[in-house]
Write a protein that binds this ligand. Structure first.
Ligand SMILES: Nc1ncnc2c1ncn2[C@@H]1O[C@H](COP(=O)(O)OP(=O)(O)OP(=O)(O)O)[C@@H](O)[C@H]1O
Length: 766
């Protein structure tokens, strides 16, 4: 749930490399003071509706193009694909208005506001995900080439720039990105640079017909590039670098470095072409909000205006940009406090909203939102849906949503492109009346967070938890010393209180759901429990005790704590080192074994530890799939004996390279890593992200069966003898578990405690 830097990928400009000098500090101080006293809200900036019409007057504005100028029927389509060939999308079933055969896709997205809004739905599996990405990012290579002398509309690519150079780039031109995404080979940086120089020019009117008038317009301000007009905001799980290094995801809890203090407001202003505050300082530009010194010094110098008039002009532009930011931010539930918070400090959900805001502020005309609801709390999911529906209906901008198959489809979606596990298009066209696909989930009571994800229907998870609590199921053993104890613990950043007087005990055997809206303090609380938060060192033992000791006790040193706590979170998933096995990366078995001591590298392990890794893996190996979606164990079983898995099968899975696995399988392996050392506390923060329904169900069943007073016989016990198995069962029942999930439907059925946070306070306690 930690924040990631705001979406530079969505078009925010990268600042110049930081060059801190004494001068910068002086100017920065001045600009911050000036800005602190600056209250641009009183300024009568254009209303959002005026904003579009006044866009041509304003040099920074990139707002939508005259929204209602054309009738729906005559509007050029937003997307028109003819005979596009997609490698991963191997089959398609035509319907009346859209068709595809084999890998060749015909698909039109018309600009019909309320009547047509598309979602692309694909499974989270590696193969399904690849097909999904290909549909969003059709590459020029996939479109048929122009036939010489042909007049047919199948002429698919028209390059305004040097096509040959462009052709070599792995450029994506269709729905999502309109600029080179990555350079695939050595020397790619050069290619990328060349492509970036020309990226505005190549475009294909048949693919994005709605851009035609912009491109042919003679007035300078009409000549918008696809890059300006189409934004791709991706929240899909990003797997970290392949260099094998571990990324320190807990850095945000500590003192934020000066250069990382850039606020959301400063990022957004920069996006509108108005660097202010720290961004201005980093770019070594004068700050338009800085008070004029009125001295001759204004005429010269790196951080000075050339004249008083230049300063005034810049100030006026800055005020206009400020008005735009402040009008749009509340739509995304971003208030003044959040606007002025360092981007790095935003919570996961806040970061996602900020990235959507950046695409809106930039004036994009078509925004492709990938997995916009994951990591977002139920209430906000509902509000976001209402916002998207309203904006799409008004074409400010138009949206295309990319969803996983387990996501709910919001009501305003009228058309679907649905891909199945194998990459086949199972539906392309209007949403069928019976194709509700959990759409009603968004209209559920927000507090219940009930948003089913293709999981079997069952009793209301919240009611189930209350019943468990009443029957003492999922409740820890309070006769034993608590594992974690917090008394009146508060955490504040400056004046912002993030946790407020928290009192909490976690007992052996507890099964706790930690709930709360985005920004309510869950990650911060977990960071204290995990001992990752620097503040955890400052509390005396009677305020914060981890395993009966203060955090700074030698017995709570990081490696020792790592042996007692198993942990999985989206941040750990993203940060885990990934290097291919050929380059010395970890195998599946080595990743699981790295859970002993919670390290992120290969170590040597005892024979007993290896045996446990294999024994644990044997229970879950059937869930481990390679990146092409094939179950490794099944392959082995089918090819060899067709029988139950034996040690050879398990070893085959264990020796596979971790990076060879699908996303969901990597998450399963990291779950086993968290378990392997028989931790006394298991912290599972959104553990199911990226897993398919079968993987989620199996892990949930494992958690349920590991709860004391389980009704099911323990089929997960590990050991040779009955005594060993009993000891293993006992250890799992004694393990306390804290789970965070924004989806109630993912809660295991035998949890018996709930802590719900709101604004840093405990709002509900079961
Ligand atoms: N270094 C910081 N400076 C200022 N505010 C911070 C800092 N770090 C976190 N915050 C704020 O603390 C609040 C709690 O953040 P936290 O990440 O704990 O929320 P969360 O409940 O985990 O949210 P989410 O569900 O979105 O992940 C947020 O409002 C966040 O902006």
């Amino acid at each position: 749930m930690t924040a990631a830097p705001i979406g530079l990928r969505t078009g925010l400009r990268l600042g110049r490399s930081l060059n801190r000098t004494n001068n910068v500090s002086i100017v920065l101080g001045a600009s911050q003071r000036a800005y602190a006293s600056f209250r641009p809200l009183h300024h009568a900036g254009p209303r959002r509706s005026d904003w579009a019409s006044s866009s041509r007057k304003r040099s920074f504005s990139r707002s939508s193009h005259a929204p209602n100028a054309t009738k729906d029927e005559t509007r050029p389509p937003l997307l028109q694909l003819r005979n596009a060939w997609l490698r991963s999308v191997w089959a398609a079933q035509p319907d009346t208005s859209h068709s595809g055969t084999g890998g060749a896709l015909d698909w039109t997205i018309r600009d019909r506001a309320k009547q047509e809004c598309w979602a692309i739905i694909g499974p989270a599996s590696e193969r399904g995900g690849r097909a999904r990405r290909e549909v969003v990012d059709v590459s020029p290579h996939n479109l048929p080439r122009a036939r010489s002398g042909s007049t047919t509309t199948e002429t698919s690519l028209i390059f305004g720039g040097p096509a040959s150079v462009f052709h070599h780039c792995s450029d994506q031109v269709i729905l999502g990105r309109s600029r080179p995404k990555q350079a695939s080979s050595k020397g790619g940086d050069d290619l990328t640079a060349i492509c970036q120089q020309i990226h505005g020019r190549p475009y294909h009117p048949n693919v994005h017909p709605f851009l035609s008038d912009r491109m042919s317009g003679t007035a300078g301000e009409l000549r918008r590039t696809p890059h300006d007009a189409i934004k791709h905001v991706s929240f899909a799980t990003q797997i970290g670098g392949t260099g094998g290094e571990f990324v320190n995801y807990s850095a945000r809890y500590g003192a934020i470095r000066e250069q990382d203090r850039v606020t959301l407001y400063e990022r957004l202003m920069d996006l509108l072409g108005v660097p202010v505050g720290l961004v201005a300082a980093q770019k070594m530009l004068p700050d338009p909000f800085a008070a004029s010194t009125g001295t001759a010094g204004d005429a010269v110098g790196l951080f000075k205006w050339s004249s008083e008039q230049a300063r005034q002009t810049a100030n006026e532009r800055a005020l206009e940009a400020d008005a735009v930011v402040r009008q749009m931010a509340p739509l995304l539930l971003i208030d003044d406090h959040l606007l002025h918070r360092p981007v790095i400090a935003l919570s996961n959900g806040q970061t996602r909203r900020a990235r959507i805001l950046s695409s809106l502020v930039s004036g994009a005309e078509l925004v492709v939102l990938e997995e916009p609801y994951s990591g977002i709390d139920a209430g906000t999911r509902q509000k976001l849906s209402q916002l998207f529906a309203r904006l799409h209906a008004e074409r400010r901008p138009r949206f295309v949503l990319v969803l996983r198959e387990q996501d709910e489809v919001p009501d305003f979606i009228t058309h679907l492109l649905r891909l199945d596990e194998s990459g086949a298009i199972s539906h392309l066209g209007e949403r069928k009346s019976d194709d509700s696909n959990q759409a009603t989930a968004l209209s559920h009571d927000a507090k219940s967070e009930a948003a089913p994800r293709n999981l079997p229907a069952r009793a209301d998870p919240y009611d189930l938890l209350l019943r468990n609590a009443a029957e003492d199921v999922g409740r820890g053993d309070e006769r034993q010393p608590p594992i974690i104890s917090m008394n009146d613990v508060s955490v504040a950043y400056g004046n912002t209180k993030v946790l407020d007087s928290i009192n909490l005990r976690i007992w052996p055997g507890d099964r706790i759901v930690l709930a709360g809206d985005n920004g309510s303090g869950k990650t911060t609380l977990l960071a204290l429990i995990l001992g990752d938060h620097p503040r955890s060192f400052s509390f005396p033992r009677d305020q914060l005790s981890l395993f009966g000791m203060a955090r700074d006790e030698p017995l709570n040193a990081r490696p020792l704590l790592g042996q007692r706590i198993g942990h999985l979170s989206p941040e750990l998933f993203n940060a885990f080192p990934r290097k291919s096995a050929e380059r010395g990366g970890l195998t599946v078995g080595e990743v699981i074994a790295s859970g002993y001591g919670n390290v992120f590298a290969r170590r040597s392990y005892s024979e007993a530890q290896k045996q446990r890794v294999w024994a644990l893996l044997s229970r879950f190996a059937h869930l481990v799939k390679s990146s092409d979606g094939r179950t490794i164990m099944e392959d082995a079983v089918q090819a060899d004996r067709g029988g139950a898995p034996d040690l050879a099968d398990v070893r085959a899975v264990s020796s596979r390279g971790f990076t060879e696995l699908s996303h969901g399988s990597q998450a399963v392996v990291l779950f086993l890593r968290a378990l392997v050392g028989r931790p006394r506390l298991l912290v599972l923060d959104e553990p199911f992200q990226g897993m398919d329904a079968k993987q989620v169900e199996t892990i949930r069943r494992f958690l349920d069966d590991s709860t004391a007073r389980s009704v099911a016989p323990d089929r997960w016990a590990i050991g040779e003898t009955a005594e060993e198995k009993a000891a293993d069962t006992e250890a799992r029942q004694q393990m306390a578990i804290v789970l965070v999930s924004h989806y109630e439907s993912e809660w295991p059925t035998r949890f018996g405690r709930l802590i719900r946070l709101k604004g840093g306070l405990v709002e509900e306690r079961v």
